[in-house]
Structure formats: C-alpha cells, structure tokens
Design a protein around this ligand. Structure first.
Ligand code: PMP
Length: 449
C-alpha cells in the first residue's frame, strides 16, 4: 500500500508498513507471502511465537463464557488464577498483582502506588523519584518522566513531572572508566545514588526505579555484579521503595521468571507486561509487596487508581495460558540453553567485527552495539540511521530484529536487539545470526563502511 493511502495513523506518517496476514511459530507472514523470522518477538513480546494453539484455545474458551465484566462490579476466574500464578512463589517475591493493559500502565500504577503508600503511612513529603539516564519506562507522561531516553522525552519535556531525577546507568561499556574495576564502578554508582538521595533529602524520596536489564534504550544491558544489592541497601537505609521495571526483561526472557532473581534481591513493586501475555492480548501487571498493600488496606482502603480494561478476562485467560505453557514445557531451561547458543554464535560472527563494539545480554535477550571505532567506542553519526538501515535490510532478507539506541546523550550509538521466541529451535538461532550478519554488513556497506 502506498504512503498516504492508509487511514490508520502509523508511527511513520510517510510509509505504511507491509500487512501481516498470518503467523506460524517463529514466523510472521506478510500479505505478499514473505515469511519473516521474528527474531525480536516484535518488541520482546512473542515468547511463544505466533498462533500457539493452546493460547488461542484458552482465549476462545474464555470469550465464549464471558468476554468482559467491569472490575468495579466483578472479579473473574482468569484474573484470580493469573494473579495466583504470578505472585507468592519466588523467595522474596511479591504478594499481589494489579492487572492492567500494558507496560506503561503497569509503571504508572507502580509510581502511584508508591506515592499513595507514603501518604497512608504518614510520610506525604516523599514525593521524589530517582531513575536513571538511558532507561525507558513507557510513553505515558508519568512513565515518560521516569524514563531517561532523551530522544523520546525531548518534545514533551515541558509536560514531564520534575519529581523525577536521573543518575548514571550501570552501563559498563560506556560508563566504566579505563582501569576501573567492576567493583569500583559499582561503588562509584552507589556513591552517586547516595549523593542524589542526600541532595533531595533522603526523607523526600519515595522510590528508585530501574530496569534490571535495560531494554529498548540501551540494548540488553545487565548491571554489573553487586549493583542491585548496593541499590537495594541504599533504598532500605533511607526507607525508600525499589521499583523494578521488568516490562521487557521479565517473564522468563533472561532465563528466570523475574530478572531480579539473578541479582540476589527483590523489589517492593514491579512492572511486567510484554512476555506476560506473549502478544496474544494487551496485558501488563504491577506486582506489589504485602506490606505496601496492607498499609493501604488498613488506611483509606482503596488504591486511588484504575482503568476500564483492567483485568480483562480474555487478556487474563491468554496470559494465564502463556504462563502455563512456559511452565509445562519447561521453557525457562530452553531460554537458558538457547541463550548460551545465541551468545556463542553472536561472538563467533561479530567478536572480531571492526564495527561491533559490544555483544551483551542475558538469556534470549541479546544485543550488539555498533561503533564507528572500536578503540574509542565512538558511535556512528546518528543521521546515518544505521540501526534503521539494518532493520530494513534484515527485513528484506527475511529477519525481524529490533533496532535501538542512536538517541541517548550522544554517548552510545546504534544497537540491534534480539529477543527470539522461547520455542525457537537451535537451527532458528543459527539462521538469526546468519541473516543478521549479512544485514549488518550490507547496511555498513550502504554508508560506505
Ligand atoms: N518499560 C519498559 C522497560 C519497556 O521496554 C516498555 C516498552 N518497550 C514499557 C515500559 C512500556 O510498555 P508499553 O509499550 O506496553 O506501554
């Protein structure tokens, strides 16, 4: 379809993307019959691939029983079962699930719950939130204010709450100094966070919010060993909450259900979405600790927040089945195995590539970062839009991958993020790296490198 013909307001107002007409496991099928290997699961959603029969069946069963009932009148069977499935299992895990329709809504709910909690326990002065540069927490105004993605924030800066301030991210490739050990890097970041608490007045801070493995803004960046323990300690010492945004990196993507399980800590509040429903329905959740919820229950008695479509029965049924399939088929073990293979293959293909500066990630959440010069780690000129070129060329070659970066602080440049479905085969992983390698080289050639 030509530009300007579609009445759908697409992200690009100049080009209408090709129509997707079908899905088949790891494959997406376009109207012209092309099959695209979905190596990023859209934006890290499609953990079970496309058209999984068990999920389709669960949705249809729920739709035929009850499609919708408003949550101010009713709860529903799938909402109760999903919450049961999501909380109360991992050591230190959270106790309640607030079911919403996506990641931004989950983050907004977390921010508001933290704020209301401090009002209820008699600390209304806690109005400040600390987040990190190079983070993304969603596109609604509260979540956007929390995020540190300069490019996404810029046009809306006058509308964003000044309650959020930003510290240096735990992004070793760009932020660690020459000669600095990982432990010293963590100590420096912790000192900076402590200084930010002091600047704001420690009793004025409600929460620190971070992604355990940074997704769209930086490209699969895990924190160095000990970072989250240090952050947890600082929050505890000052009576502030720790909110973890696992919208992209959670629900098994890194090989454990929650990415924080690998950090030796647990959050007070957590946002999940994407892999929760696997893309079958729009769904997200804010998970909260018992003491927070109990304080509000014993106080005003109600969370002063809500959305019309929250805990939607068909969305809950879909997510419940996605999570059951992950458990029944022990897919987290598969994520760990395939993740190791993906990392190995990326290292073989790009380890000596003169324009790939970093290969990083966890589980089936891996990225490469492109640099103009490996020695100085200087990014390519953003006007080349290298990551968009890679995306377009990869697509022509039958591969869907997720470009990121090229937009933050002028420090880091272009990344390509991979988040294949957990049901991928070993051959699919090989094919992803092979197709990506060709696309990267062709895109570099197209800009004279
Ligand atoms: N937080 C993170 C870490 C995300 O990656 C995203 C989406 N990319 C969001 C929040 C927002 O989620 P949604 O697009 O579902 O609103």
């Amino acid at each position: 379809m030509g530009a300007g013909k579609s009445r759908v307001l697409h992200r690009s107002l100049r080009e209408t993307p090709p129509r997707a007409v079908g899905g088949d496991g790891v494959w997406l099928i376009a109207e012209d019959g092309r099959r695209i290997l979905d190596a990023s699961g859209g934006a890290a959603l499609s953990c079970l691939g496309h058209q999984h029969p068990r999920v389709l069946e669960a949705m249809s069963r729920q739709a035929s029983k009850l499609a919708y009932a408003h949550t101010s009148f009713f709860t529903s069977e799938p909402a109760e079962a999903l919450a049961e499935k999501l909380v109360g299992h991992e050591p230190g895990g959270l106790a309640y699930a607030y079911l919403v329709s996506g990641g931004s809504e989950a983050v907004e709910a977390g921010i508001k719950l933290a704020r209301q909690y401090f009002i209820e326990i008699g600390q209304p002065q806690r109005q400040r939130f600390i987040a990190r540069r190079q983070s993304y927490h969603g596109n609604t105004l509260g979540a956007l204010a929390a995020g540190g993605n300069a490019w996404r924030r810029e046009p809306y800066a006058p509308l964003l709450s000044a309650a959020f301030s930003h510290v240096t991210p735990a992004f070793a490739y760009h932020e660690m100094r020459a000669g600095e050990s990982e432990a010293d890097f963590v100590a420096r970041l912790a000192a900076q966070l402590e200084a930010e608490f002091q600047r704001l007045g420690p009793d004025n801070v409600a929460a620190f919010i971070a992604e355990p493995v940074v997704g769209a803004t930086a490209g699969c960046v895990p924190a160095p060993e000990g970072y989250f323990r240090a952050v947890r300690d600082i929050c505890d010492r000052h009576g502030a909450l720790l909110i973890l945004d696992e919208v992209m990196c959670g629900m098994g993507r890194t090989g454990t259900r929650h990415a924080w399980e690998q950090e030796g800590i647990a959050p007070d509040i957590q946002a999940i979405a994407k892999g929760l429903g696997g893309g079958y329905q729009p769904i997200g959740a804010m998970l909260a600790g018992a003491s927070i919820v109990d304080s509000i229950r014993d106080g005003s008695g109600a969370f002063q927040h809500g959305h019309t479509y929250m805990a939607h029965p068909i969305a809950c049924a879909a997510a419940l089945e996605v999570q059951r399939v992950i458990d029944d088929e022990q897919l987290l073990d598969r994520v760990k195995d395939l993740g190791r293979q993906l990392e190995r293959r990326l290292t073989e293909r790009f380890g000596n590539h003169r324009h790939v500066g970093d290969i990083r990630g966890r589980g089936l959440f891996q990225a490469i970062e492109l640099v103009a010069d490996r020695a100085t780690r200087v990014p390519f000129d953003p006007s080349l839009k290298l990551n968009q070129r890679i995306k377009a060329i990869a697509f022509e070659g039958g591969l869907g991958c997720y470009p990121a970066g090229g937009c933050v602080d002028g420090r880091s440049g272009d990344h390509v993020l991979l988040a294949p479905p957990y049901i991928a085969t070993s051959d699919d992983i090989d094919m992803i790296v092979d197709r990506l390698g060709r696309a990267v080289d062709a895109a570099l050639q197209s800009v004279g490198h």
